[in-house]
Design a binder for this molecule. Structure first.
Ligand code: NAD
Length: 373
Protein backbone atom coordinates (compact mmCIF):
# COMPACT_ATOMS: atom_id res chain seq x y z
CA UNK A 1 0.00 0.00 0.00
CA UNK A 2 1.62 3.23 -1.08
CA UNK A 3 -0.75 5.10 -3.40
CA UNK A 4 -2.28 7.96 -1.41
CA UNK A 5 -5.14 10.27 -2.36
CA UNK A 6 -5.42 13.64 -0.58
CA UNK A 7 -9.03 14.89 -0.78
CA UNK A 8 -10.37 18.43 -1.03
CA UNK A 9 -12.69 18.95 1.95
CA UNK A 10 -16.34 19.06 0.87
CA UNK A 11 -17.73 21.23 3.69
CA UNK A 12 -17.56 24.84 2.45
CA UNK A 13 -16.76 25.94 6.03
CA UNK A 14 -13.68 23.72 6.17
CA UNK A 15 -10.45 25.59 5.50
CA UNK A 16 -7.82 22.94 6.24
CA UNK A 17 -6.11 20.26 4.18
CA UNK A 18 -5.00 16.89 5.57
CA UNK A 19 -1.50 16.81 4.05
CA UNK A 20 0.69 19.75 3.07
CA UNK A 21 3.31 19.81 0.27
CA UNK A 22 6.34 19.53 2.60
CA UNK A 23 5.05 16.24 4.00
CA UNK A 24 4.01 15.00 0.54
CA UNK A 25 7.62 15.61 -0.57
CA UNK A 26 9.07 13.78 2.43
CA UNK A 27 6.73 10.81 2.06
CA UNK A 28 7.29 10.67 -1.72
CA UNK A 29 11.02 10.37 -1.08
CA UNK A 30 10.25 7.39 1.17
CA UNK A 31 8.29 5.61 -1.58
CA UNK A 32 4.67 6.80 -1.26
CA UNK A 33 2.89 8.08 -4.39
CA UNK A 34 0.41 10.96 -4.16
CA UNK A 35 -2.64 12.22 -5.97
CA UNK A 36 -4.07 15.50 -4.68
CA UNK A 37 -7.48 16.87 -5.63
CA UNK A 38 -7.08 20.26 -7.31
CA UNK A 39 -7.63 23.13 -4.87
CA UNK A 40 -7.30 20.92 -1.78
CA UNK A 41 -4.83 23.30 -0.11
CA UNK A 42 -5.99 26.62 -1.54
CA UNK A 43 -7.82 27.86 1.57
CA UNK A 44 -4.88 27.05 3.82
CA UNK A 45 -2.26 28.62 1.58
CA UNK A 46 -0.94 25.57 -0.30
CA UNK A 47 -1.35 25.86 -4.09
CA UNK A 48 -1.63 22.98 -6.56
CA UNK A 49 1.79 24.01 -7.93
CA UNK A 50 3.40 23.37 -4.53
CA UNK A 51 1.95 19.84 -4.46
CA UNK A 52 3.13 19.27 -8.04
CA UNK A 53 6.63 20.43 -7.10
CA UNK A 54 6.49 18.01 -4.16
CA UNK A 55 5.92 15.13 -6.59
CA UNK A 56 2.12 14.74 -6.49
CA UNK A 57 -0.24 14.38 -9.43
CA UNK A 58 -3.17 16.81 -9.40
CA UNK A 59 -6.58 15.36 -10.25
CA UNK A 60 -9.99 17.00 -10.71
CA UNK A 61 -12.06 15.14 -8.13
CA UNK A 62 -11.55 12.57 -5.41
CA UNK A 63 -13.95 10.21 -7.18
CA UNK A 64 -11.56 10.21 -10.16
CA UNK A 65 -8.79 8.99 -7.85
CA UNK A 66 -10.60 6.25 -5.93
CA UNK A 67 -9.92 3.38 -8.36
CA UNK A 68 -6.17 3.92 -8.33
CA UNK A 69 -5.65 4.76 -4.62
CA UNK A 70 -4.94 2.46 -1.69
CA UNK A 71 -4.97 5.09 1.06
CA UNK A 72 -7.43 8.00 1.16
CA UNK A 73 -6.79 10.94 3.50
CA UNK A 74 -9.13 13.74 4.51
CA UNK A 75 -9.98 15.74 7.62
CA UNK A 76 -13.74 15.57 8.18
CA UNK A 77 -15.85 12.42 7.96
CA UNK A 78 -17.30 11.79 4.50
CA UNK A 79 -21.03 11.36 3.82
CA UNK A 80 -20.50 7.74 2.81
CA UNK A 81 -17.87 5.18 1.80
CA UNK A 82 -19.49 4.58 -1.58
CA UNK A 83 -17.06 4.44 -4.49
CA UNK A 84 -14.00 3.64 -2.40
CA UNK A 85 -12.44 0.43 -3.64
CA UNK A 86 -12.25 -2.72 -1.49
CA UNK A 87 -9.59 -2.65 1.25
CA UNK A 88 -8.85 1.08 0.84
CA UNK A 89 -7.38 2.48 4.06
CA UNK A 90 -9.41 5.60 4.83
CA UNK A 91 -8.04 8.14 7.33
CA UNK A 92 -10.28 10.91 8.74
CA UNK A 93 -12.26 12.02 11.75
CA UNK A 94 -15.27 9.67 11.91
CA UNK A 95 -17.15 10.77 15.02
CA UNK A 96 -17.63 7.04 15.77
CA UNK A 97 -19.76 7.46 18.91
CA UNK A 98 -22.46 9.24 16.90
CA UNK A 99 -22.03 7.81 13.40
CA UNK A 100 -23.21 4.21 13.62
CA UNK A 101 -24.63 4.28 10.07
CA UNK A 102 -21.42 5.63 8.59
CA UNK A 103 -19.37 2.91 10.33
CA UNK A 104 -21.77 0.30 8.95
CA UNK A 105 -21.38 1.87 5.51
CA UNK A 106 -17.58 1.62 5.69
CA UNK A 107 -17.92 -2.05 6.68
CA UNK A 108 -20.45 -2.74 3.91
CA UNK A 109 -18.08 -1.22 1.33
CA UNK A 110 -15.21 -3.33 2.72
CA UNK A 111 -13.09 -0.27 3.47
CA UNK A 112 -10.51 -0.17 6.28
CA UNK A 113 -11.60 2.94 8.16
CA UNK A 114 -9.36 4.66 10.68
CA UNK A 115 -10.98 7.07 13.12
CA UNK A 116 -8.36 9.70 13.89
CA UNK A 117 -10.07 10.67 17.15
CA UNK A 118 -9.49 7.12 18.41
CA UNK A 119 -5.68 7.18 18.08
CA UNK A 120 -4.57 6.17 21.58
CA UNK A 121 -3.16 8.89 23.83
CA UNK A 122 0.17 7.20 24.42
CA UNK A 123 3.63 8.71 24.33
CA UNK A 124 4.43 6.86 21.09
CA UNK A 125 1.24 8.05 19.40
CA UNK A 126 1.52 11.64 20.58
CA UNK A 127 2.91 12.83 17.25
CA UNK A 128 -0.15 11.35 15.48
CA UNK A 129 -2.69 12.90 17.87
CA UNK A 130 -4.83 15.21 15.74
CA UNK A 131 -7.14 15.91 18.68
CA UNK A 132 -4.30 17.54 20.60
CA UNK A 133 -2.74 19.39 17.68
CA UNK A 134 -6.05 20.90 16.60
CA UNK A 135 -7.64 21.73 19.96
CA UNK A 136 -4.45 23.37 21.12
CA UNK A 137 -4.80 25.88 18.26
CA UNK A 138 -8.51 26.20 19.01
CA UNK A 139 -7.72 27.19 22.61
CA UNK A 140 -5.53 29.99 21.31
CA UNK A 141 -8.18 31.21 18.84
CA UNK A 142 -10.90 31.10 21.53
CA UNK A 143 -9.03 33.71 23.58
CA UNK A 144 -8.36 35.93 20.56
CA UNK A 145 -12.03 35.78 19.47
CA UNK A 146 -13.23 36.66 22.95
CA UNK A 147 -10.64 39.43 23.36
CA UNK A 148 -11.61 40.96 20.00
CA UNK A 149 -15.27 41.14 21.05
CA UNK A 150 -14.72 42.27 24.65
CA UNK A 151 -15.36 46.00 25.17
CA UNK A 152 -12.28 46.08 27.37
CA UNK A 153 -8.56 45.43 26.95
CA UNK A 154 -6.88 42.45 28.60
CA UNK A 155 -3.69 43.88 30.13
CA UNK A 156 -3.37 46.34 32.97
CA UNK A 157 -2.40 49.82 31.80
CA UNK A 158 -1.22 52.71 33.92
CA UNK A 159 -1.60 55.94 31.94
CA UNK A 160 -1.84 59.66 32.77
CA UNK A 161 -5.52 59.37 31.94
CA UNK A 162 -6.05 56.69 34.54
CA UNK A 163 -5.37 53.08 35.39
CA UNK A 164 -7.02 50.19 33.58
CA UNK A 165 -7.28 46.99 35.58
CA UNK A 166 -6.50 43.70 33.82
CA UNK A 167 -9.39 41.69 32.41
CA UNK A 168 -10.33 38.55 34.29
CA UNK A 169 -10.46 35.31 32.34
CA UNK A 170 -11.85 32.05 33.73
CA UNK A 171 -10.99 28.78 31.99
CA UNK A 172 -13.17 25.79 32.89
CA UNK A 173 -11.61 22.51 31.76
CA UNK A 174 -7.86 22.53 31.51
CA UNK A 175 -6.97 19.85 28.97
CA UNK A 176 -5.15 20.60 25.76
CA UNK A 177 -7.39 23.52 24.71
CA UNK A 178 -7.62 24.94 28.23
CA UNK A 179 -3.87 25.00 28.79
CA UNK A 180 -3.32 26.86 25.52
CA UNK A 181 -6.14 29.26 26.41
CA UNK A 182 -4.53 30.00 29.78
CA UNK A 183 -1.13 30.58 28.17
CA UNK A 184 -2.64 32.88 25.53
CA UNK A 185 -4.69 34.91 28.03
CA UNK A 186 -1.63 35.28 30.27
CA UNK A 187 0.47 36.49 27.32
CA UNK A 188 -2.19 39.11 26.62
CA UNK A 189 -1.93 40.32 30.19
CA UNK A 190 -5.17 39.01 31.69
CA UNK A 191 -5.64 37.74 35.22
CA UNK A 192 -6.53 34.08 34.81
CA UNK A 193 -8.46 31.63 36.99
CA UNK A 194 -8.96 28.00 36.00
CA UNK A 195 -10.69 24.84 37.17
CA UNK A 196 -10.66 21.17 36.15
CA UNK A 197 -12.00 18.05 37.81
CA UNK A 198 -8.71 16.20 37.26
CA UNK A 199 -6.59 16.99 40.32
CA UNK A 200 -3.30 16.59 38.37
CA UNK A 201 -4.14 19.80 36.52
CA UNK A 202 -3.69 22.13 39.52
CA UNK A 203 0.10 22.07 39.24
CA UNK A 204 -0.03 22.76 35.47
CA UNK A 205 -2.36 25.74 35.99
CA UNK A 206 -0.05 27.21 38.61
CA UNK A 207 3.02 26.73 36.45
CA UNK A 208 1.37 28.92 33.80
CA UNK A 209 0.91 31.67 36.36
CA UNK A 210 -2.86 31.25 36.72
CA UNK A 211 -4.91 30.71 39.84
CA UNK A 212 -6.50 27.27 40.35
CA UNK A 213 -10.06 27.59 41.70
CA UNK A 214 -10.44 24.97 44.40
CA UNK A 215 -13.77 23.12 44.37
CA UNK A 216 -14.14 19.97 46.41
CA UNK A 217 -16.41 17.60 44.48
CA UNK A 218 -15.42 14.44 46.33
CA UNK A 219 -14.29 11.52 44.15
CA UNK A 220 -12.84 12.92 40.88
CA UNK A 221 -10.08 11.60 38.70
CA UNK A 222 -9.04 10.52 35.27
CA UNK A 223 -9.02 7.45 33.06
CA UNK A 224 -5.85 5.61 32.00
CA UNK A 225 -5.99 7.65 28.76
CA UNK A 226 -5.88 10.93 30.70
CA UNK A 227 -9.56 11.79 30.18
CA UNK A 228 -11.88 13.10 32.90
CA UNK A 229 -14.31 10.73 34.58
CA UNK A 230 -18.00 11.60 34.29
CA UNK A 231 -19.42 13.45 37.32
CA UNK A 232 -22.68 12.54 39.05
CA UNK A 233 -25.60 15.01 38.73
CA UNK A 234 -24.99 16.01 42.38
CA UNK A 235 -21.33 16.75 41.68
CA UNK A 236 -22.25 18.85 38.63
CA UNK A 237 -24.79 20.84 40.67
CA UNK A 238 -22.13 21.47 43.31
CA UNK A 239 -19.63 22.59 40.68
CA UNK A 240 -22.16 24.96 39.05
CA UNK A 241 -22.78 26.63 42.38
CA UNK A 242 -19.14 26.80 43.47
CA UNK A 243 -17.84 28.31 40.23
CA UNK A 244 -20.70 30.83 39.82
CA UNK A 245 -18.91 33.56 41.81
CA UNK A 246 -15.78 33.30 39.63
CA UNK A 247 -17.99 33.49 36.49
CA UNK A 248 -19.72 36.61 37.79
CA UNK A 249 -16.47 38.51 38.26
CA UNK A 250 -14.91 37.34 35.00
CA UNK A 251 -14.92 39.31 31.75
CA UNK A 252 -14.24 36.20 29.68
CA UNK A 253 -15.20 32.62 30.51
CA UNK A 254 -13.95 29.83 28.25
CA UNK A 255 -15.38 26.37 28.80
CA UNK A 256 -13.63 23.32 27.36
CA UNK A 257 -15.05 20.62 29.66
CA UNK A 258 -15.58 17.35 27.83
CA UNK A 259 -15.95 13.72 28.82
CA UNK A 260 -14.63 11.43 26.05
CA UNK A 261 -17.40 9.56 24.22
CA UNK A 262 -20.16 11.16 26.33
CA UNK A 263 -22.24 14.31 26.43
CA UNK A 264 -20.42 17.35 27.82
CA UNK A 265 -21.55 18.47 31.29
CA UNK A 266 -23.80 21.55 31.49
CA UNK A 267 -21.74 23.84 33.73
CA UNK A 268 -23.08 27.37 33.24
CA UNK A 269 -26.83 27.85 33.44
CA UNK A 270 -28.96 30.87 32.63
CA UNK A 271 -29.08 32.12 36.23
CA UNK A 272 -25.28 32.54 36.24
CA UNK A 273 -25.27 34.17 32.79
CA UNK A 274 -27.89 36.58 34.13
CA UNK A 275 -25.58 37.60 36.94
CA UNK A 276 -22.53 38.18 34.72
CA UNK A 277 -21.49 41.71 33.76
CA UNK A 278 -22.96 43.10 30.49
CA UNK A 279 -20.36 42.89 27.70
CA UNK A 280 -18.82 39.72 29.14
CA UNK A 281 -17.96 36.91 26.75
CA UNK A 282 -18.47 33.19 27.23
CA UNK A 283 -16.90 30.80 24.69
CA UNK A 284 -18.37 27.29 24.75
CA UNK A 285 -15.80 24.92 23.28
CA UNK A 286 -18.00 21.91 24.04
CA UNK A 287 -20.92 23.28 22.00
CA UNK A 288 -20.97 20.39 19.51
CA UNK A 289 -21.08 17.68 22.17
CA UNK A 290 -24.00 19.01 24.18
CA UNK A 291 -22.61 22.32 25.38
CA UNK A 292 -21.19 23.46 28.72
CA UNK A 293 -23.25 26.64 28.55
CA UNK A 294 -27.03 26.96 28.48
CA UNK A 295 -28.16 28.63 25.23
CA UNK A 296 -24.93 28.18 23.25
CA UNK A 297 -25.43 27.53 19.52
CA UNK A 298 -23.09 25.84 17.04
CA UNK A 299 -21.30 28.37 14.79
CA UNK A 300 -23.38 31.27 16.18
CA UNK A 301 -22.98 34.08 18.68
CA UNK A 302 -25.90 34.42 21.07
CA UNK A 303 -26.42 37.61 23.08
CA UNK A 304 -28.37 37.21 26.32
CA UNK A 305 -30.91 39.75 27.60
CA UNK A 306 -28.32 41.23 29.92
CA UNK A 307 -25.71 41.64 27.16
CA UNK A 308 -23.48 38.61 27.66
CA UNK A 309 -22.25 37.13 24.36
CA UNK A 310 -22.06 33.34 24.17
CA UNK A 311 -19.69 32.40 21.35
CA UNK A 312 -19.54 29.04 19.61
CA UNK A 313 -16.16 27.48 20.27
CA UNK A 314 -16.33 24.55 17.87
CA UNK A 315 -13.65 23.97 15.22
CA UNK A 316 -11.93 27.28 15.90
CA UNK A 317 -8.74 25.82 14.44
CA UNK A 318 -10.35 26.49 11.06
CA UNK A 319 -9.54 30.18 11.64
CA UNK A 320 -5.81 29.41 11.48
CA UNK A 321 -5.82 26.95 8.56
CA UNK A 322 -2.16 27.33 7.62
CA UNK A 323 -0.84 26.13 10.97
CA UNK A 324 -3.78 23.80 11.62
CA UNK A 325 -3.09 22.04 8.30
CA UNK A 326 0.62 21.95 9.02
CA UNK A 327 0.02 20.23 12.35
CA UNK A 328 -2.69 17.89 11.04
CA UNK A 329 -0.37 16.96 8.18
CA UNK A 330 2.45 16.31 10.65
CA UNK A 331 0.15 13.92 12.53
CA UNK A 332 -0.89 12.05 9.35
CA UNK A 333 2.68 11.94 8.13
CA UNK A 334 3.78 10.40 11.46
CA UNK A 335 1.02 7.78 11.15
CA UNK A 336 2.00 6.84 7.58
CA UNK A 337 5.68 6.68 8.53
CA UNK A 338 5.05 4.54 11.62
CA UNK A 339 3.43 1.77 9.58
CA UNK A 340 5.76 2.00 6.58
CA UNK A 341 7.96 -1.00 5.93
CA UNK A 342 11.25 0.30 4.55
CA UNK A 343 12.21 -3.05 3.04
CA UNK A 344 9.02 -3.81 1.13
CA UNK A 345 8.40 -0.08 0.63
CA UNK A 346 4.75 -0.60 1.55
CA UNK A 347 2.42 0.73 4.26
CA UNK A 348 1.27 -2.20 6.40
CA UNK A 349 -1.97 -2.39 8.39
CA UNK A 350 -0.47 -4.11 11.43
CA UNK A 351 -3.43 -5.34 13.43
CA UNK A 352 -1.30 -6.33 16.42
CA UNK A 353 0.06 -2.77 16.81
CA UNK A 354 -1.56 -0.93 19.75
CA UNK A 355 -2.01 2.27 17.76
CA UNK A 356 -3.67 0.49 14.81
CA UNK A 357 -5.79 -1.58 17.20
CA UNK A 358 -6.97 1.61 18.88
CA UNK A 359 -8.10 3.47 15.77
CA UNK A 360 -8.98 0.94 13.04
CA UNK A 361 -12.76 0.62 13.11
CA UNK A 362 -13.66 -1.52 10.09
CA UNK A 363 -11.88 -4.26 8.14
CA UNK A 364 -12.85 -7.30 6.07
CA UNK A 365 -16.45 -6.11 5.72
CA UNK A 366 -16.98 -5.82 9.49
CA UNK A 367 -16.74 -3.41 12.37
CA UNK A 368 -13.75 -4.85 14.21
CA UNK A 369 -13.16 -2.22 16.93
CA UNK A 370 -14.19 -3.60 20.33
CA UNK A 371 -15.95 -0.40 21.38
CA UNK A 372 -18.18 -0.11 18.31
CA UNK A 373 -18.85 -3.75 17.36
P1 NAD B 1 -11.08 16.62 26.75
O1 NAD B 1 -11.18 17.46 25.52
O2 NAD B 1 -11.80 15.33 26.80
O3 NAD B 1 -11.58 17.50 28.01
C1 NAD B 1 -11.12 18.81 28.23
C2 NAD B 1 -10.93 19.03 29.71
O4 NAD B 1 -12.19 19.12 30.38
C3 NAD B 1 -10.16 17.93 30.42
O5 NAD B 1 -9.04 18.48 31.05
C4 NAD B 1 -11.18 17.39 31.42
O6 NAD B 1 -10.55 16.95 32.61
C5 NAD B 1 -12.02 18.59 31.68
N1 NAD B 1 -13.34 18.36 32.31
C6 NAD B 1 -14.23 17.34 32.11
N2 NAD B 1 -15.32 17.51 32.90
C7 NAD B 1 -15.12 18.67 33.59
C8 NAD B 1 -15.89 19.39 34.54
N3 NAD B 1 -17.06 18.96 34.96
N4 NAD B 1 -15.37 20.54 35.03
C9 NAD B 1 -14.17 21.01 34.65
N5 NAD B 1 -13.41 20.37 33.74
C10 NAD B 1 -13.87 19.22 33.22
O7 NAD B 1 -9.57 16.32 27.10
P2 NAD B 1 -8.24 16.69 26.36
O8 NAD B 1 -7.96 18.12 26.51
O9 NAD B 1 -8.28 16.17 24.96
O10 NAD B 1 -7.16 15.82 27.16
C11 NAD B 1 -7.16 15.70 28.53
C12 NAD B 1 -5.79 15.24 29.00
O11 NAD B 1 -5.38 14.06 28.32
C13 NAD B 1 -4.65 16.19 28.73
O12 NAD B 1 -4.58 17.27 29.56
C14 NAD B 1 -3.47 15.26 28.91
O13 NAD B 1 -3.15 15.10 30.27
C15 NAD B 1 -3.98 13.98 28.36
N6 NAD B 1 -3.40 13.78 27.03
C16 NAD B 1 -2.43 12.85 26.88
C17 NAD B 1 -1.85 12.68 25.63
C18 NAD B 1 -0.77 11.69 25.42
O14 NAD B 1 -0.22 11.17 26.35
N7 NAD B 1 -0.45 11.39 24.17
C19 NAD B 1 -2.27 13.41 24.54
C20 NAD B 1 -3.27 14.35 24.73
C21 NAD B 1 -3.82 14.51 25.97
Amino acid sequence: MKKVLVCREKDPLETRVALIPDDVKKLTAMGFEFKVVSGAGVKSGFADEAYKAAGAAIIDSEEAGYADSEIVVRIMKPQSAKGLKKDTLHLSYLDPFNEKELLADFAANDVQAVSLEMIPRTTLAQKMDVQSSQTSLAGYVAVLNAAAKLPKILPMMVTPAGTISPARVFIIGVGVAGLQAIATAKRLGARVDAFDTRPVVEEQVRSLGANFVKIDLGEMGQTAQGYAKELTPEQIAKQQEAQAKTCEKSNIVITTAKVFGRKAPRLIKKDVLDRMQPGSIVVDMAVSTGGNVEGSKLFENVVTDNGVTIMSGDLLERQVPYDASKMFSGNISAFLTHFYNKESKEFEVKLEDEIMKGCLITKGGQIIHERFK
